[in-house]
Design a protein around this ligand. Sequence first.
Ligand code: SF4
Length: 326
Amino acid sequence: MSMFSIYTKSENCQKLTSDEAFELINTSNNDLSELLDYANRLREKFFGNKVILCGIINAKSGKCSEDCSFCAQSAHHKTNVEEYPLLSKEKILQAVESAKENDTGCFSIVTSGKGYISSSQEMERILDVVKDISGVKKCASLGLLSLEQAKKLKEAGLEKFHHNLETAESFFPNMCNTHMYQDRIETIKNAKSAGLKVCVGGIFGIGETAKQRVELGMAISELDVDSVPINIVHPIEGTKIYGKTQKLEVNEVLKIIATFRFLMPNKVIGVFGGRESSLGERQNEIFKAGANSILVGNYLTVKGNKAEDDKQMLRELGLEPVSEFK
Ligand code: SF4
């Protein structure tokens, strides 16, 4: 099928087949500008020049029981990551205020750990913080979540829950052995059933094939999520994947972003972890590839660009940060 025909399907929000998505992700470098032109058109059609800036706080760090191969916070890995229990309400609210100064539209409280929020005190503190956050969209990323917990978070005013699938189902056992892909699907469904919006993405460069990238994109599209963060692995010494990660070329990263834009034309596609390290000077091209969200400030265990540099990049591109798309 021609790229134009695939674009036309996508523009009309018709579901693409895996084969069509595979054609896109396999676009040759010679045809890359055509792919990016179409992806850019889709972004502009559905979102104009609006972008969402997200901010996060690593509110509980390290000592995670899980063994995700890329993660510095896993207790299975010997990394130099800082470890601390759930931060106080004051510290989290301070971080929200700093994020607001960076035009952050959506702020997420992120905790390490398998999830099912480990104690009732933790749950109470998180609910209490969520109630008091104002001026940004309220998001949380707390690992696996039961339906009952999701309902409590929703009642407290949480708007969105973030939970990545991370990778394709067929590659998942290579990435993690301590929980199942299905556990993640269940959590996303629980969050949706409770009325929360969901942010579901993945990480690339951990050994998956192009087919598996498409498999992940198709699975996320099937879940009908609200936003999709794309992360590129940032190899951290001591993790299981260290020394074995794929070095993704910039063009390859742009093809992943563009393919996800085609697969989910009217959803928010973000480029989060690994943006600086994988794209360097070419970070501004992610928007042409169809992205309309970035994470500003620091990541969970790695420092990001200076927020002012990101804002300058957006100004140069004529992009306007908003907290939601009307
Ligand atoms: S990605 Fe999440 S669940 Fe996996 S090891 Fe890291 S903190 Fe734990």
